[in-house]
Every structure is written in C-alpha cells, then in structure tokens.
Design a protein around this ligand. Sequence first.
Ligand code: PRT
Ligand code: ZN
Length: 324
Amino acid sequence: MAAVQRRGLPRISSEIPSNKPAYLGLTSLAHPVYFIFPLTYMIRLAIQKSGRLSEDSLNLIRECGISFQTSSYRLKTEATNFPLEILYLRDDDIPGYVQDGVADLGIVGQNVLVEAGMPALELEPLGFSKCRLSLAVPRAAGYDSVQDLQGKNIATSYPQILGDYLAERGVKANLHTISGSVEIAPSIGLAEAICDIVSSGSTLLGNGLREVETVFRSEAVLIANQNMSAEKREILEQLQFRMQAVRRARRNKYILLNAPTASLDAVKALLPGIKSPTVTPLAEEGWVSVQSVVNEDDFWHITGQLKAVGAEGILVLPIEKMIA
Ligand code: PRT
Ligand code: ZN
C-alpha cells in the first residue's frame, strides 16, 4: 500500500519507516498500518526528588526558559516548551540510571558521582551545592598530619573516595561505612575520626569535632549517558547552551556609572567588559557614562577602586542571560 497523506492527519503507511519513529495502529492484525508522526525526540533528565539539590536544579531548568508542572507526589514531568522529561529520583540512584541509559542526563553532586565510581559521566559543573568532604577529629584530640590516622577507626559514608585518599598517602585505617549521622560516631565510641560532607562547618562544631583535612571538593554537575543518539545530542547541545548562558549571567553583573572624562582610562582599565565598555558623553561637559559587565567575585573590590578614581552614581543590575 502506498503512503497516503491526508490533510491534518498523520501520514499512513503499511511499511515501517527505517528512519522515523512510527506508532502501530491496529486496524487489522493481518494488515497493520503505521501512523507516521513527525520526529519528536525527547531527552530525559534525572534530578533529586527532595533534598539539597532539588530546588537549585529546578531553578536552573526554569531559568533556561523551560516550563513544566511540579508537584511533590509526581515521579516525572514533561516540559511544555522544550523536548525534556524530568525524572525525580534519590540522588544516589542518579549516576546508575544515567550510566544505564534509563535517563539521558542527570544533576548530582560530584561526591555521589565519584563515590559511585562513574566520574566519566561528568559533562560540566553547575556552580551550586558547593561543599567539601573532610576528615574531622574530636576537638580535644591531638592531630598533626594525616599519618596520625594510621590504624585508626574512621566513620564515613564515602569509603571509596576516602580509601583512595588514604591509600595515596600510605595510610591504612579501618573504615566504618555508615549512611547517616556520621558526626556522632566519635562520641558513641564507634570511631576516632570521621569523614563527612561539610558546608558551613556548624554540624562539626555542634558535635565537638574539628575539621583537619579536605579530602574532596564537590559541587553539582550535569552528567550524561555516553551512548546518546545524534538526535538527543542535538537537544543536549541546546540545553547546555542555555545552561551556560544562565551560569555566565549569574556570575556577572551589569554596571553603569558616571565618571569624569579625565578618569576614563583608569575606569576602562578597571572595567574591561566583554569586549570593551560602552562609553557615552553626558550632557554635562567633562563627564561620561560608562556601561560594562563585572564579575561578581571582583565586584566589591572594583567598586571601591572606581570610587577612588572619581566614579559616581554607580548602578549595578542583575543580568538575566549572557550569551558568549
Ligand atoms: O534522599 P536523597 O538520597 O536524595 O538525599 P541525601 O539525603 O542523600 O542528600 P542531601 O539532600 O542531604 O544532599 C545532596 C547533595 O548536596 C550532597 O550529595 C552534596 O553534594 C550536596 N551538599 C551540599 C550537602 C551539603 N552541602 C551538606 N551540608 N550534602 C550534605 N550536607 C550535610 C552533611 O552530610 C552534614 O550532615 O550537612 C551537614 C553539614 O553541613 P554544615 O553546613 O553544618 O557544615
Ligand atoms: Zn542520597
């Protein structure tokens, strides 16, 4: 049967097309008919269902201009304006699901990724959920170097990362793997030291512990299955382009100021901008308005220097997206 195209309806064919997705319409088992829909590929992104990564992951997707519905009991949701499906999972399960191709992409902490032994899945850092995996000992205990942990009991949820760290330094210790409340291990006599995630340090402090070594630094990363189809790779490229624009915008601020023309060279040297700053004359003679972009980390330092060379009326604005 030749393919038939009817206005407003999918094309109908009795042959399975080799290069297009087709859906089987069971009009007759003897003579199956395939409805051929346009190419509609979709990429699947796994994020943490509920925890420290969840909100930032959802915000990043939203800031990429992708709309979707959320609700606390849903396990997956489909974006309405981008070929993306979001799966909500426990963070520990995300690397395995991405490795196996159940999800194409994932957002997870590097600590979980490396502990799972799958660092090769990492595509790019995302700049949030920054933390460190640290060794800590009771405040009153003496500590000079990691060699002091030779033969000691250490409680941790990260035996792989810690094991590698100690082995590289020739330290043999007894690692006790526990999945939560690691910080209480010394006070209940389970271990002489712990190795756990630290962010502000207040949990260690509250449990009478002292941070002595940073074993690993971590942040949220985008991970990807390594055998994605060309079509999915194309969608991934679009998503990465948007994520990078969002991240660049978050790291930078738009700055506007007035400066005496005589100070312009000094101001330009402080504000190189993306290419060079935009300079326009003010109505008042001898003054210019300067617009540029400044890195958030340098912002306060540069503002002080700008004031010192005569800049006035400094305005700083957030940037929504920044395309390289
Ligand atoms: O339920 P699910 O398995 O999905 O989540 P989870 O409970 O295993 O993980 P979750 O939500 O606690 O953390 C997810 C990820 O956030 C981690 O894998 C890290 O990559 C990152 N992250 C960032 C942190 C922290 N900061 C953090 N502070 N993960 C844990 N903590 C804990 C830490 O274990 C300790 O108990 O917070 C305490 C220390 O915090 P401070 O601020 O007192 O130092
Ligand atoms: Zn977890």
